[in-house]
Design a binder for this molecule. Structure first.
Ligand code: ZN
Ligand code: ZN
Length: 269
């Protein structure tokens, strides 16, 4: 066998690998040195920090710049007004930077192998003191799920179940497709998803402590509509668990210059 052919064959596995897998981290662009089913370097996978806040609602854990939106029991206006149907919400990090890029790669570029590292973040955010009977993934409308080829929340739920041993039930379905929530106000978001969910036939959730899993929480309107269906079917509790949540501390009206000055004078900045 000619030497050049021998050399070509020796290089084949690497060449095939490079054909199938990109050789650059899809987040930072650095060359990938290790063989992995995930096209992201270990540094980027490890990077996203947990969300931290000095002030947050005791119930939905929305972070705030200062204590003013919270009542004497530490609840935000939405929780105080009963506009949330879930009992608590936990999240790993803020929906920005590397974590946002990882979620985009997972969801929109179809890199399903990211389900495992992202579910590891979910597990970190899971409250240790609480027990759950069922994991319920946030349903996608069948059309969106068909177009994307998968439901990202169902993949996360399956990985979390593998880690925790809590069974998964796709107990809720989307009855109708909803407009994208992007660009809608809180109230518009609530009416957009109102009545969009229904319990699947034959799903018994009576008395169950449910962990509702989703990739991202924005205002919690979608989770509220879904939790309402579970509560009406007799669920004992519904706790929302997400990989990331939109952190509006620095962009909301509360972060306007006046509010910032107030916060600064209170030593919260
Ligand atoms: Zn990287
Ligand atoms: Zn709240």
């Amino acid at each position: 066998m000619p030497e050049y052919l021998r050399r070509a064959i020796r290089r084949l596995p690497g060449t095939l690998f490079a054909l199938i897998f990109p050789d650059q981290c899809r987040v930072c662009g650095e060359p990938l040195r290790e063989v992995s089913r995930i096209p992201v370097c270990p540094k980027c996978l490890d990077e996203p920090p947990p969300l931290t806040a000095e002030f947050f609602c005791v119930s939905c854990r929305t972070p705030f710049l200062n204590p003013f939106p919270l009542d004497s029991e530490g609840r935000c206006a939405l929780c105080r007004l009963g506009l949330r149907q879930f009992d608590a919400a936990y999240t790993y990090g803020a929906y920005e930077g590397t974590l946002r890029k990882l979620i985009h790669l997972f969801k929109y570029s179809g890199i399903r192998t990211l389900a495992r590292p992202l579910a590891a973040r979910l597990a970190l955010a899971l409250p240790r003191s609480q027990s759950f009977d069922l994991i319920v993934p946030m349903p996608l409308h069948w059309f969106r799920s068909w177009r994307r080829g998968f439901n990202q929340s169902a993949l996360l739920a399956a990985e979390l179940s593998r880690r925790t041993g809590i069974p998964v039930r796709e107990a809720v379905r989307r009855k109708r497709a909803t407009l994208s929530q992007a660009g809608l106000s809180n109230a518009q978001r609530r009416s957009n998803v109102k009545g969009a969910f229904a319990l699947r036939r034959g799903m018994a959730v009576q008395g169950k402590r449910i962990l509702l899993v989703d990739d991202v929480m924005t205002t919690g309107a979608t989770a509220t509509a879904c939790a309402q269906v579970l509560k009406e079917a007799g669920a004992a509790s519904v706790v929302l668990l997400t990989v990331a949540r939109v952190d509006r501390r620095w962009t909301s009206p509360a972060a306007a210059p006046g509010a910032l000055a107030n916060a600064a004078s209170l030593g919260t900045l």
